[in-house]
Design a protein around this ligand. Structure first.
Ligand code: 5GP
Length: 184
């Protein structure tokens, strides 16, 4: 599908600018998929998707990976409708799969302070997976509080609150095909 990012943006007066276009996202997701496919030959990894923000990314990523893999979902809350992390992390929905001895690839929308991912890694490691790696579409590494390992990174972004391609502001804007920034 081709989207007219500019057209969508100009119709919403609250969007300030496009940070990453849908074309740039498409291209990068294909590259990530190729990299993951090379690294997981004969491994059948399980992609652990963190809801809700990463669901759009997963939908594209899974179709760009050529090796067999499973997907499963987890919901974690660290955000409560606003734009600042509370640091409070709660598992709201757990995995269905047993990940013991499995190669786990966490698929995240964004790593910001790293608090969410750090907590998640601690939880998953107690289940004795064979390996755990992290794939995030966006990385705001300048905001890091917890040093977490990021194995696959889509884009490094500045310290701005972003929306679109799964990421929300008050549950809105997840449907945008690009990553944008709201007006202050
Ligand atoms: P962290 O624990 O790394 O600070 O935050 C991770 C979570 O915070 C992400 O999974 C995401 O839900 C949320 N988050 C962090 N930065 C942003 C942002 O710029 N926009 C949106 N929509 N969510 C964000």
């Amino acid at each position: 599908m081709t989207y007219d990012d500019q057209d969508i943006m100009t119709k919403d007066p609250l969007i300030d600018h496009i940070l990453i276009s849908s074309e740039q996202i498409d291209r990068r997701v294909q590259q990530l998929g190729a990299e993951i496919s090379r690294d997981y030959v004969d491994r059948k990894p399980i992609l652990v998707n963190i809801l809700k923000g990463a669901f759009v990314f997963l939908a594209d990523l899974t179709r760009s990976i050529s090796v067999h893999h499973e997907v499963d979902f987890m919901a974690i809350s660290s955000y409560h409708g606003g734009t600042e992390s509370t640091g409070v992390v709660k598992i709201e929905k757990d995995l269905k799969a047993n990940i013991t001895n499995r190669d786990v690839l966490i698929v995240e929308d964004i790593v910001d302070t790293g608090l969410t991912l750090n907590h998640l890694l601690d939880v998953l490691k107690t289940r004795n997976p064979r390996s755990v790696r992290v794939c995030t579409l966006l990385d705001k590494s300048t905001r890091r509080i917890k040093d977490v390992p990021v194995d696959y990174r889509g884009f490094e972004i500045p310290d701005e609150f972003v929306i679109g391609y799964g990421l929300d502001y008050d549950e809105k804007y997840r449907n945008l095909p690009f990553i944008g920034v709201l007006k202050p």
